[in-house]
Structure formats: structure tokens, C-alpha cells
Design a protein around this ligand. Structure first.
Ligand code: PEP
Ligand code: MN
Length: 333
């Protein structure tokens, strides 16, 4: 966010710019039509502290651009309540979300929920409707799978997050889910965002593969403007240069949203890498840099998974995650 600083008549531009630099603020000198000297405070490495800037010697007034996402700004700094016992975001304990890529069968979903609870997860994940690149790939079991997910979550004391892929299914999903997920591929499907927002639930908003942080924040604003109870950002990797990885995990982006914007942020190392051997180390890195939880894909028998088999953790693979949650107190900037 930029701000414009107006100087007092007796001020020296270099002195004020020096004082701003000492606050970590990047500046440029401007002149307006009446030849007043103004200083543009650009988006620097720190968020602007307008009160501190206004208090500097030589500063007459400070004006800030209006934010393009006022509703998102208003949710900053606090956790989003999910159930009576669970909240996600600043000030709340870091959470583990675990479960299969797709809710393949009732039995699979129950086994996966048992695995998740044993590993210390508080939320079950799993898709009844799967976005797939190929129209011939497994696309989920649809509406029937929603009741499997809800009953498995209840049986193990877990909250439930599941994806809405189409406006058509939002009502059915809102009846069972504690959090509605928006997938990476539909981050900017604005009709879907409106329909999901209107359900009035918390939303887990995955980042588009090629989305900037600014676009991601505005997608969250769409959800909030439509009535979402809160938005939790989920970093799941962005387009990278190296085909050895499915995507590239942008920990800087996740940390910027969590620590600088103070928004609720979850990291999904499973889709970020596409490789189970990297899921635990990247979970550790994400939790260490202060995000509010991780979401991982699991399967009791990964080789049999109908989607994303290479990134699924089995029970043994999931176990080290429990230890991470035992020793990671909240980190602040
Ligand atoms: C998922 O979490 O089930 C999923 C499809 O992930 P993404 O939208 O990040 O690809
Ligand atoms: Mn998946």
C-alpha cells in the first residue's frame, strides 16, 4: 500500500526521507501542481506504520490509498472460528489437516479419518468432487461421498473440509462441511466464489498456480463480499521451472500473508511437491515460519490411491507430523 507524505513549509526533504528510511520505508520525491514537495512511500519491506510516519519532524500530513480489500483487512489478526472447539489463524494453535485426495469409498474415508485422528489432526480433508486435468481421470464419487466424509469426521471427532467445484453442489456441501475448499484451478471462478461465499461458511482458498498474492487477496475479498464467514489462505505451490516437482512451494508468500498481513494461512506441501518424501520436511519449514497449519494427503495404501498416489502418506509416513505439532509454538514477525 502506498502513502503520500506532505511536508511542512520548513521541512528538508532529505531529512524526512532519511527518517523514513530509518523506519524501513522506501521513498520517492514528487512535486504536485502547486510545487509542494511530497514524498511517495512505496511498498517496502515493512508495512507502513502511518502513526509513526505522521509523528516525524517535518511531516504535515499522511494520506493512504484506500485498500482494494477492506473486508479482508478487517479479518486480519484474529483466528477464524470453525467449530466450538476449533479456530484457525493468528493466536490459535497450529492445526494439522489430513485425509485422502479423493473420498474413494466409505471404507477408505473411515480408515483415513482414523489415521488423521491418530496423527493429531483436528480436520479431515477429502474431495467428493475432484478437479482433474484429464476428463478421463477419477473425478470423485460425488454427492454420496459427502455423507461418508461427514460420518467419518464425526466418528473421530474431526472437523471437515471438502472442495466445491461447481455452484450446483454448494448447498449439499455446505450441509456437511465445516470449511468449504476452493481449489487452485478455480481460485478466480468468480461465480463459484459468489456461490460459496453466500453459503456463509469459512472457506479454505487455495492459491491459483500462477496467481500473484494481490490476485489471491482479491479472490478472498470476493468470498467475503458474498458473505463467507472467513477466509483461510492455502499455499499449495505455484508454477515452477523444474519438472522434478509438481509445483514450487512459495514459503515467502505464505509467510508474508501470515506474518505481515496477519491472515490465516495453511500450507499444503503434498500438492506443492507431488512427492511424499518432501511432505514432512516442508511441513516443518512451513510451521517454523509461522503459518497456522498444514494440510497433507494420506492413504492407508498409497499405491492403491485413485488420484495423487505419489504424494500420499501412509500411517508411518504421517507419524512424524504429530511430533512437529508438539514443538512448534506460534511464531510472530
Ligand atoms: C485438493 O486439495 O484436493 C486439490 C485438488 O488441490 P489443488 O486445488 O491445490 O490442486
Ligand atoms: Mn490431491
Amino acid at each position: 500500500m502506498n502513502a503520500i507524505v506532505e511536508l511542512t513549509a520548513s521541512a528538508h526533504v532529505a531529512d524526512v526521507r532519511g527518517a523514513l528510511a530509518a523506519l524501513g520505508v522506501w521513498t520517492r520525491t514528487l512535486r504536485d501542481s502547486s510545487a509542494r514537495t511530497l514524498i511517495l512511500c512505496g511498498p517496502g519491506s515493512v508495512p507502513l506504520d502511518l502513526d509513526a510516519i505522521a509523528g516525524l519532524t517535518g511531516v504535515a500530513a499522511v494520506a493512504q490509498e484506500p485498500s482494494p480489500h477492506p473486508l479482508l483487512d478487517a479479518q486480519a489478526g484474529r483466528a477464524i472460528p470453525i467449530t466450538e472447539r476449533l479456530a484457525i489463524g493468528p493466536g490459535a494453535p497450529q492445526v494439522l489437516i489430513a485425509g485422502p485426495c479423493g473420498a474413494e469409498s466409505e471404507a477408505l474415508v473411515h480408515r483415513a479419518a482414523a489415521m488423521a485422528a491418530a496423527a493429531g489432526a483436528t480436520l479431515l480433508r477429502g474431495g467428493a468432487f475432484k478437479p482433474r486435468t484429464s476428463p478421463y481421470a477419477f473425478a470423485g464419487e460425488g454427492v454420496e461421498a459427502l455423507s461418508w466424509l461427514r460420518s467419518a469426521a464425526d466418528a473421530h471427532g474431526l472437523a471437515l473440509v471438502t472442495e466445491a467445484l461447481s455452484e450446483r453442489d454448494v448447498d449439499a456441501i455446505a450441509k456437511v462441511a465445516d470449511i468449504i475448499q476452493i481449489g487452485s484451478r478455480t481460485m478466480q471462478a468468480f461465480g463459484l466464489l459468489r456461490a460459496v461465499g453466500a453459503a456463509g461458511k469459512p472457506v479454505l482458498l487455495k492459491r491459483g498456480r500462477a496467481a500473484t498474492l494481490a490476485e489471491w487477496r482479491l479472490a478472498a475479498e470476493h468470498l467475503l463480499a458474498a458473505g463467507a464467514a472467513g477466509v483461510i489462505f492455502c499455499e499449495r505451490g505455484v508454477m515452477g521451472a523444474d519438472p522434478e516437482f509438481r509445483n514450487t512451494l512459495d514459503l515467502a508468500g505464505a509467510a508474508a500473508l501470515a506474518l505481515v498481513d496477519k491472515q490465516p494461512v495453511i500450507v499444503d506441501p503434498s500438492h506443492a511437491t507431488g512427492r511424499r518424501d518432501l511432505v514432512v520436511p516442508l511441513s516443518r519449514a512451513a510451521l517454523a515460519c509461522g503459518v497456522h497449519g498444514v494440510m497433507v494427503e494420506t492413504h492407508p495404501e498409497p499405491a492403491l490411491a485413485k488420484s495423487d498416489a505419489a504424494q500420499a502418506l501412509d500411517s508411518d509416513g504421517l507419524a512424524p507430523l504429530a511430533e512437529l505439532f508438539a514443538c512448534t509454538p506460534g511464531v510472530t514477525a
